[in-house]
Design a binder for this molecule. Structure first.
Ligand SMILES: [Zn+2]
Length: 81
């Protein structure tokens, strides 16, 4: 996202809205991927909205660590082969 197309105000509102979505997810106890969708109109004061992608749950910290370990193990095997 570039300040070239959006006003400083619109960028700030977009960032604030993203933080609000994350806060709501935290309170609700959910952890889904959030994508930022630009409005698309020509108003530079109009920012973007956010979509909670309920079909894309994010891994927990534990799961992410396990995934990293597994990937490291694979790349080590490739290096020695
Ligand atoms: Zn708009």
């Amino acid at each position: 996202m570039s300040g070239k197309f959006l006003s400083r105000e619109a960028l700030r509102n977009t960032k604030k809205a993203f933080e609000a979505v994350n806060s709501r997810q935290k309170r609700a106890g959910t952890n889904f991927a959030v994508s930022t969708v630009p409005c698309g109109c020509s108003d530079p004061g109009c920012g973007a909205f956010h979509r909670v992608e309920t079909d894309r749950p994010l891994p927990t910290t534990e799961e992410a660590i396990q995934t990293l370990k597994a990937k490291k193990a694979i790349s080590k095997n490739k290096a020695s082969a």
